[in-house]
Design a protein around this ligand. Structure first.
Ligand code: SAM
Length: 338
């Protein structure tokens, strides 16, 4: 669908976090004087209503240079034309910046949102806590040489942003990732391995094609310390509020979760009881207006619930990262009541 000037191309929430500062306006202005391709690209993007036209132009030109066969390649025109139709920048260039990690993204896969940082940081904290608990337990056992690693699962992993941060941050973790799309699982495995290497971590990663949690290997039963997930949680009734970029270029199965958005959240809560270790925790990203219903459901399953709010909505004493871009995201933390 051609981009309408009245609505414009949505601002990419996943532009590199340093895009505005590293490409200072002065540097971009100097480039406009010396690089006609830059000026032309900015003009095309701006005419299509692109909000950060200079930043995106710089990224598209960089992508063109990386893939160019020779200097006269018309590839840049193709990349710009794709962006003008509204295709997400990340799918065009093949990567997204997520908390400083450059993660691979492929056409037809869900693009991680910056708001998922909230969940990823909770998953890292929970994994570290599980590692310490396992270590203490091993020291308590006479003759125990080493502690078992904490087992972490990113369910509904897409390209694996949460598992990638855990892999980079917790060197000894045993990481599993699962998604219904085999292509997403392949992409996520690459991202987690790359992130582990960048963090000089020897975290292990195993990919699984799953339907929710169905398809996990039996040996993980009752053994997972942390399950973290961004299930599709948009209510089908909210379709008109989503940006066209999502509707046109991301699979609807990655976005929608039934009439109230919670179909897969309910499945995940129920199925997690078979896989969580006795003191394991389940972390789920969802919208603020879904918390009450999801909490009531989880409580009825015998789980205790805490919610961690996105920026602008959290209590003063909540932890202090600048996590949520829009203030409408919540991470639910669920665990069995002892
Ligand atoms: C909202 S995306 C989240 C992806 C990733 N966690 C992220 O934050 O970028 C939801 C993902 O769930 C996957 N999915 C949808 N239905 C599924 C199901 N029944 N079982 C497993 N995965 C599913 C989609 O393929 C998609 O990758």
């Amino acid at each position: 669908m051609p981009c309408q000037a009245s609505t414009g191309i949505a601002a990419r929430s996943s532009l590199p976090s340093d895009a505005r500062t590293s490409r200072s306006l002065a540097a971009l202005a100097a480039r406009a004087d010396s690089d006609p391709r830059f000026t032309r690209t900015v003009g095309s993007l701006r005419a299509a209503g692109c909000v950060f036209a200079e930043d995106e132009a710089a990224i598209l030109i960089e992508a063109d240079a990386e893939g160019a066969v020779d200097d006269s390649s018309p590839r840049l025109d193709t990349l710009v034309a794709r962006r003008v139709t509204g295709e997400p920048l990340e799918q065009i260039v093949g990567w997204v910046d997520f908390i400083g990690m450059r993660l691979q993204v492929r056409v037809g896969l869900f693009v991680p949102r910056q708001r998922t940082r909230l969940l990823a940081e909770h998953a890292v904290a929970a994994t570290r806590h599980a590692e310490e608990t396992l270590l203490r337990g091993a020291h308590g056992e006479a003759g125990a040489a080493t502690a078992a690693p904490p087992v972490v699962l990113e369910a509904f992993c897409g390209v694996g942003p949460v598992a990638s941060l855990v892999a980079a941050s917790v060197p000894g973790a045993d990481i599993h990732i699962g998604d219904a799309q085999a292509e997403a699982v392949r992409c996520a495995v690459t991202n987690v391995e790359t992130s582990a290497q960048a963090g000089e971590s020897d975290a292990a990663v195993t990919g699984h094609v799953l339907d929710c949690l169905r398809g996990l290997p039996d040996e993980l039963r009752q053994g997972i310390s942390v399950i973290a997930a961004v299930p599709p949680y948009v209510p089908v009734t909210a379709v008109d509020f989503l940006p066209r970029e999502a509707i046109d270029f991301e699979p609807s199965t990655a976005l929608f979760g039934g009439p109230d958005g919670l179909d897969l959240v309910r499945r995940l809560i129920t199925e997690s009881l078979d896989w969580l270790a006795p003191d394991g925790i389940l972390l789920i990203e969802l919208g603020t207006d879904q918390v009450e219903t999801a909490t009531a459901f989880a409580t009825a399953q015998g789980l205790g619930v805490r919610s961690h709010l996105g920026e602008g909505e959290r209590d003063e004493d909540e932890w202090d990262s600048d996590d949520d871009e829009d203030g409408h995201t919540v991470v639910l933390e669920l665990r069995r009541i002892r």
